[in-house]
Design a protein around this ligand. Sequence first.
Ligand code: F6R
Length: 237
Amino acid sequence: MHETAASAAGHVAELVRAQVRSKPGSVLGLATGATMESVYADLVSSVRSGALSLSQVTTFNLDEYAGLTASHPGSYRGTMNALLFDHTDIDKNRCFLPDGTASDLTAEADRYEALIAERGPVDLQLLGIGRNGHIGFNEPGSDLESRTRLVDLHPSTQEANKSFFSGEAVPSQALTMGIATILSARTIVVLATGEAKAEAVAKALSGCFDATCPASALMSHAHVHWVLDRAAAQLLA
Ligand code: F6R
């Protein structure tokens, strides 16, 4: 447990650096969202200072909004370019996200799942957690066996993400890795900071799988690091 969100994010960046240094061709699973921004800023400064190279990694992002092109600042491809990809030596040909503009989004989900199976497994998966306990865009009620698919976003998730859309409507659908896809990673690192996440964190860590809190599925994985600040950990016994 960390006193501050900054220290928690620094710890996650350190776990990524350690992973890439021990295996330069690592497959990294990436998340977007406000929580991850300082992790990526930390990694960018490591690459800029020469302390880290991402030139051999392959990355798979968890999710992408339906209908948004990379040039839309709210799109996750655009976000990843702005936060990480454009500022490091990463090879963008090996940076994968679902294509939210595909004409057949169901086929695109299947293609993405197959690509992860082909190039994976993911060595280290970064995860944030939604206030409602979602991981990726697996909203409450998601199946433990779910794979990459098209999902409807919960209105509370649209509300939580509206700051990224400056007044425009937040898309109502997204492509997301499923819970089973996420659990197929070798190691998972969950970063949760701030008191808005405290309830979801407590529910996720309370015992066995509870479909009302998809993050509780992580209890069944042998290698999950929960990296929390004091505010997010406040409801843990
Ligand atoms: C993002 C994602 C989401 C976020 C979660 C937390 O790719 O899949 O599950 O990790 O919504 O978002 P923030 O960090 O904005 O609170």
